[in-house]
Design a protein around this ligand. Sequence first.
Ligand SMILES: [Zn+2]
Length: 417
Amino acid sequence: MRNSSVWKATLGLQSVVVERVDAAQDAVTGGPLIEVRVRSYEREQSRCVVCGARCPGYDAGPPARRWRALVLGTVPVYLVAALPRVRCAVHGVRAARVPWARAHSRFTRQFEDQVAWLATHTAKGTVGALMRVAWRTVGQIVDRVVEDAKRGRDLLFGLTRIGIDEISFRKGQRYLTVVIDHDTGRLVWAAEGRDKQTLNRFFDQLGSARCAGIELVSCDMAAWICGPVQERCENAEVCLDAFHVVQLATDAPDQVRRQVWNEARKAGMGEQAKQLKNARFALWKNPERLTDRQAAKLSEIQATNRTLFRAYLLKEQLRQIWRAPTFEAAMELLDGWLSWACRCQIPAFVKLSKTIRGHRERIAAALFHGLSNARIEAANTTLRLIARRAFGFHSADAMIALGMLKLGGLCPPLPGR
Ligand SMILES: [Zn+2]
């Protein structure tokens, strides 16, 4: 094997001629580095960096541009090449495309792939220390890798069962709308904002033919989701996620508790008021998770405060609907619950029963198809973690890119694997 071939194989270069390899010194640190002088194969030369079309040359460009490659052993490696400019009929005067790097990048593809892989698999500090790049640079690299991976791939192909949700970031000041494919578990779309306009952009991208192919959509009760879904996806059934329904019921006993507590306080029943104040968690938690003390608190409420205990039972009964063995049994429980709740004379639950009655069909659809937002909730947990890390990227787009990399199946394999 000739020396140049060894270098080519070591650096994983394709369509490239290695002209020379030099030991050099880092201008800043004074440490050793390797400079590998390369040029593209003839057939790869004079191509537009944007579209890859062969174009007439424009000028010679800089005689020696450098691209950071993966470290070899302990020594940093740079590829060095001339970067002529070409005149593309569509894109005007541009740098020529090079086979070893993505457009507008100062890093080789392999370097970027490794950074992207690490960004989805390990902590922020590790990526920076190992690859010797700033976290902000990681954001830019992730962006390029995702754009590149998306090219020639249709993430919205063949969608039939999707989940739509929102997640907040920057301490709840900003929001993303996310769309997940229930069949693959993948994040297929995300954009900043949580309103009809944002969601309609998703349906615009999907196009009317594929909108018609959507069969099931799981989501919460938000009008900005349900509205566009019904307008744009004529064949879709909306499945209301159990988690969101139960969450509404979880808040209701607490409203009752506060009300009863206020009444007891005003009536000068200090001791009872104090007890109620501490009962919050006992009422809120799932019964199978109660501590002994919380269970005791609950029996106390049962004995002393019947309204509050009834509120508790209403909450628990609603939860049971999603545990019913069959669809029919679940619907029977749901209808039983609705008629109990609307007659219970506890305002918080009367109101809730009206809300839930309004969504009865959507709840039924979720029960029938067994579709829950569990997957999307799991994805959201991951996205929230990403959001915290992506804070340093300074843009929602970079955060979305990291999300797509991790949850959208766009992460490249480690170089050479
Ligand atoms: Zn072009």
